[in-house]
Design a protein around this ligand. Structure first.
Ligand SMILES: [Zn+2]
Length: 75
């Protein structure tokens, strides 16, 4: 993904590298300087800095409804 794309809580993303559990889809659980995300299959939670997150994301699978998304405060 291009650097600086909009990251939203609830966004579902696909990563370049598969998780050991065999899943490559993650749901963003927090935004800010660090991006938190939860594995959609095994529920594992990881925290990445924004730069690392942008490097790892291959594509955005689903963008949450903006009216339901929690406001991002980390910017
Ligand atoms: Zn997993």
């Amino acid at each position: 993904m291009s650097p600086g794309f909009k990251i939203l809580v609830g966004m579902r993303v696909r990563l370049r590298k598969m998780h050991p559990c065999g899943n490559d889809e993650w749901v963003v659980s927090r935004t800010g300087a660090d991006i938190g995300m939860t594995c959609a299959r095994c529920g594992r939670h990881v925290l990445l800095d924004r730069e690392e997150f942008e490097r790892r994301v291959k594509l955005v699978v689903e963008t949450p409804d903006p009216s339901k998304a929690a406001p991002s405060t980390g910017e």
